[in-house]
Design a protein around this ligand. Sequence first.
Ligand SMILES: Cc1cc2nc3c(=O)[nH]c(=O)nc-3n(C[C@H](O)[C@H](O)[C@H](O)COP(=O)(O)OP(=O)(O)OC[C@H]3O[C@@H](n4cnc5c(N)ncnc54)[C@H](O)[C@@H]3O)c2cc1C
Length: 378
Amino acid sequence: MPKRYEVIVIGVGAMGASTCYQLASRGLSVLGLDRFDIPNTLGTSHGQSRAIRMCYFEHPDYVPLLRRSYELWRSLEKENGQQILHVTGGIWFGPAECELIAGSLSAAKEHGLDHQWLNHDEAIKRYPQFTVPEEFVGFYEPQAGVLLPEAIITAYARLAKQLSATLLANVPVQSWEADSSGVVVQTTNGFYEADKLVICSGVWSEKLIKDLGVDLPVTRQIALWVQPEREELFAIGAMPIWAINREAGGMYYGFPVLDDKPGFKLAVHNPGELTNPDKIDRVAHPQETEELREMLSRYIPQANGEVLEASVCMYSNTPDAHFVIDHHPHYENVFIACGFSGHGFKFASVVGEALADLATTGRTDLPIGFLGLGRFVN
Ligand SMILES: Cc1cc2nc3c(=O)[nH]c(=O)nc-3n(C[C@H](O)[C@H](O)[C@H](O)COP(=O)(O)OP(=O)(O)OC[C@H]3O[C@@H](n4cnc5c(N)ncnc54)[C@H](O)[C@@H]3O)c2cc1C
């Protein structure tokens, strides 16, 4: 008889790896299935760095989740014996009334978070790498920093396996069925059975929950690495993570040069052009990085050196750009975490905890009510 698991997790990316680890650490028998390698560069969790920040302009209700997220990142570091979070501070620039600045301030005030409001001259004096217009102010948050996504997924997967989870790479899930007695998952490698199912398959999630009719458009996102003229001005220690309001919507953002990784990384945070994750062109073309080069020449001219690399990634977007973490409305034993809309990585540690709570007890004390499926499904 094939082994029956307590929980199957579809997708062992950021959310899935953390969930497998959380479930295994509670003593459950877990099977994690990924269609590609663990980790891989084909979903949404590659590219060396992810920003974490606390004064959450997108919605202040994320702040309690972020507090727990930071705790869990630190405990992952202890357990894995490797630094995966570098606290660098974060500087944001823009007009006082833009969402980036006003939203960050409002989250900071509502939750009593450390922050500094800097007028233009104060901000530029502290960070002369930036040449932003006089009407821009600065908002600094000391707790912001950089997470290392590949190292994190590798660490969660390794620890989950040590705790006796089974993780299978290169096993695409084709379909699943559930009833009150359990779930059956069909893959290219045969069928697997479990009591419960967690779906966190990133940009491919819409296919696995198509019965719900939730619209999760996938967009193409480009990241660029350049060689600054004077690297010491942009190195970790000299440079915080940063973001600059983008007039056309969203923001430009980027990272200091990391110790063992080449280049100064930057990108646009705003949904890019619609794409199909199964057919996406994975080559970043020079015309796609023109806007970033132009932004560099305007706002961070000393970083505007030789292009070292450009990569293609994807966002899975919900209609309101907030995540979905919930029960499947038709099955009590199926749980879903998807639609991370380009800002989910920093939450992966706490999302794993929330999903493990749901899969073990059917509920969680973590405040995820505002991320329910009821926003989109009756
Ligand atoms: C360029 C870029 C920059 C970003 N910057 C930030 C940032 O600075 N800060 C931040 O917090 N967030 C950021 N994000 C967003 C963040 O990276 C994502 O929200 C997060 O990685 C989503 O994790 P996930 O587990 O949902 O997806 P993934 O990590 O992609 O995992 C999904 C996994 O499911 C697997 N899978 C899919 N379908 C199947 C199937 N049928 N069978 C088996 N396996 C399957 C895939 O292979 C994949 O490994 C960024 C995203 C991009 C693209």
